[in-house]
Design a protein around this ligand. Structure first.
Ligand code: ADP
Length: 669
């Protein structure tokens, strides 16, 4: 024991003069402290009873005349002269020193000395107190404090981890601070079995122990079962003496301590500590391990919660990502649909604000329509948005297009504002077709009525039986009937094309010969109209595979138009040529006239069904508006194409391109 710090002596009151020697003697003898009177050289001159008791001597005589160093180990005894010296200057001393009993055992003491002058000689009075109990208490307090600190450090450390693996590692690392064992392990419970998941210290034992991580049935181990039942630690000071201990073949564990790891009241595992020495662990160790196991349980619980939370967040993140991708796909799909539909689509709120418009709708608004029409369109949409409680439709006749608007309300989400989806469908074509059809019906009626009236007239004239005129009337009748047949034929042909009922009979054809025949058949008419009508064939034309009947219709129609729409004195020329374009040979036929020409704005429409130019209608030139539509279809089913160049009042050039060495893709149209 180290000497305690020197403290200044207590201030003492002077002894009452009245105390007689016997009283002083009584006071000294009744003191619980050992009191010695000694010389400066350490020789014991006298002592009290307590001195005998404390130092284990039967009577004073055994102590008196001994040296102070006999009852204090030398190291302490030699301090006395120094103490004395100090006493001279400071007036007192208090030290702690190991006392030595008669039987040689050492015990802690507290010593205070006082120097006195007795009849001219300097002596020392020493008071000695046995402080064994105090020291033990102090030591125990220190150990407890140290353990509390170790436990709290371990708990903080374990609880600062959030990953389950780290927590288990840390538990194992810290348990060694709490319990002084040699081999440690952590077991986790899974249903009816346990498994060692972490271990430590086995290598250091150098016993070649192999730790098994295989699941072990819980019910095989009474110590574990007991912990489950009691939720309390199990301490086995000597495993060999414990009848319930389940030993191993070469049992190295001589003492054991275990504590259940609980989450709330549910046991989830065990902390096990082993030692090769028997009696290594006591009940206090068990308590400490239990306190630590509670912390370990909390840490495991937190880590599991954290992991669950982490997993939940991860799942949530993944679900959000999946949903976002899904929405993106849906949006992309929707956008593609909106882009690809041939109708304009607008989503609008009741106040008339456009919330969404597909590109076509935007174009209707910004590009396709002149601003006055676009304004009308916007107003119409606003009206529909306001009124479209149920589905509504209206047709908007604008200066440049006919649009059909269809409004469908969108069911609003709860509390949300209702919206309206408006589709804008361009019905201009349909409307035009309707108009053209009406025109067709009226003009075809006219076309049919005129020859029929003539036929009726000639038939009546024939009744008068004028032999001089009969031939003339019959010829006129025949001509009118031919015209009627031709007209009906065209209508039939058109209807066949419309329902794709034409079968091509392809055969190698000399186009020059075919054209020659047509031109010949129309010469009389040309002459009658005083037209110059000539043919300029390229004599080197290869034969091409054609349906002669259908191609005859093509050129008859184009040549007839040229003759019809060219006033008297004009020129109509037909020519053939061969050309190569992009490695493909083509026979081209040009029908050129110097007639009325086609106005620029009519050019895009002349190949449409029933379309007739304004001028022919005004001049009442007969026609059905079907010729060019039929012509174009027939040329295209031969894999060819037709072009037109024309200038009003100057004439037109129709050019037909037919491929050489290339059969048509379709045999049936
Ligand atoms: P149709 O001749 O019976 O009116 P088509 O389909 O053959 O019908 O022609 C459509 C329109 O094209 C004609 O009404 C006319 O306005 C114009 N057209 C065709 N060929 C010529 C041409 N050679 N010269 C001037 N206009 C033409």
């Amino acid at each position: 024991m180290e000497p305690a710090k020197i403290r200044p002596p207590a201030t003492r009151q002077p002894a009452p003069q009245l105390l007689c020697q016997s009283i002083v003697q009584e006071l000294v003898e009744s003191s619980p402290e050992a009191i010695f009177l000694e010389t400066l050289t350490g020789e014991i001159l006298d002592c009290n009873c307590a001195a005998c008791q404390i130092f284990g001597y039967a009577e004073k005589a055994e102590l008196v005349t001994r040296q102070i160093k006999d009852i204090f180990p030398e190291k302490v005894a030699v301090t006395f002269p120094a103490v004395v010296t100090e006493e001279l200057t400071t007036g007192g001393i208090l030290v702690e020193a190991w006392g030595k009993r008669k039987d040689g055992s050492l015990f802690p003491t507290q010593v205070s000395t006082r120097l006195i002058n007795y009849e001219g000689e300097q002596l020392v009075i020493a008071h000695i107190r046995d402080i064994t109990v105090e020291k033990e208490l102090e030591e125990r307090r220190a150990v407890r404090q140290e353990l509390t600190a170790a436990l709290s450090t371990a708990a903080v450390s374990v609880n600062s981890r959030l990953q389950p693996d780290e927590v288990l590692d840390c538990i194992l690392e810290q348990v060694a601070r709490v319990v002084n064992g040699e081999a440690f392990n952590v077991m986790l419970i899974n249903a009816d079995s346990v498994r060692i998941v972490r271990w430590r210290g086995y290598d250091k034992l150098e016993l070649g122990i192999k730790v098994s991580t295989e699941p072990m049935p819980l019910d095989k181990y009474p110590s574990l079962i007991k912990m489950l039942r009691t939720s309390a630690p199990v301490v086995i000071p000597d495993t060999l003496a414990d009848p319930h201990w389940v030993g191993q073949e070469k049992e190295w564990r001589r003492s054991y301590i275990g504590a259940p790891i609980l989450i709330g009241e549910e046991p989830v595992g065990f902390l096990n500590v082993n030692s090769t020495e028997p009696g290594r662990f006591g009940a206090e160790d068990g308590q400490r391990l239990q306190i630590f196991a509670i912390q370990a349980g909390t840490a495991i619980h937190n880590a599991r919660l954290h992991q669950q939370l982490h997993q939940y967040a991860k799942n949530l993140e993944q679900r959000v990502a999946e949903r976002t991708a899904e929405l993106a796909t849906q949006n992309a799909r929707l956008e593609t649909i909106l882009r690809s539909v041939t109708d304009g689509i607008v989503v609008i709120d009741p106040a008339g604000t456009v919330l969404l418009a597909n590109p076509l709708a935007e174009k209707w608004n910004a590009e396709f329509l002149p601003s006055a029409d676009a304004q009308k369109l916007r107003e119409a949409m606003r009206t529909l948005a306001r009124e479209a409680g149920g589905a509504l439709a209206l047709t908007l006749e604008l200066s440049t297009a006919d649009l059909q608007l269809q409004a469908v309300p969108v069911l609003a989400a709860e509390g949300g504002e209702s919206q309206v989806v408006i589709t804008i469908h361009d019905v201009s074509e349909l409307k035009t077709l309707e108009r053209l059809k009406s025109q067709f019906i009226s003009s075809i009626s006219h076309e049919l009525r005129t020859p029929l009236t003539a036929i009726k007239l000639y038939a009546q004239l024939l009744q008068y039986k004028n032999p001089n005129k009969e031939d003339e009337y019959l010829a006129a009748l025949n001509s009118e009937i031919d015209y009627l047949v031709e007209m009906v034929e065209r209508i039939l042909q058109f209807s066949k094309i419309s329902v794709h009922q034409i079968t091509l009979k392809l055969e190698p054809t000399d186009l020059n010969v075919l054209l020659e025949a047509i031109i010949k058949s129309r010469q009389a008419f040309a002459k009658q109209k005083a037209l110059s009508f000539t043919f300029h064939p390229n004599l080197g034309l290869p034969k091409i595979r054609l349906d002669q009947e259908q191609i005859r219709h093509v050129f008859l129609n184009l040549i007839s138009n040229a003759l019809h729409y060219t006033p008297a004195g004009g020129v109509v020329q037909v020519s053939t040529e061969i050309t190569v374009d992009n490695g493909q040979e083509w026979v081209i036929t040009e029908i050129k006239d110097t007639g009325m020409g086609i106005p620029h704005q009519e050019l895009p429409h002349i190949f449409k069904r029933f379309y007739r130019g304004a001028e022919p209608r005004r001049e009442q030139i007969s026609g059905s508006g079907l010729g060019l539509a039929i012509t174009k279809e027939l040329v295209e089913v031969h894999n060819g194409w037709i072009t037109v160049e024309s200038k009003e009042n100057h004439g037109s050039i129709f050019t037909v391109w037919l491929p050489v060495n290339r059969g048509p893709v379709l045999n049936q149209v």
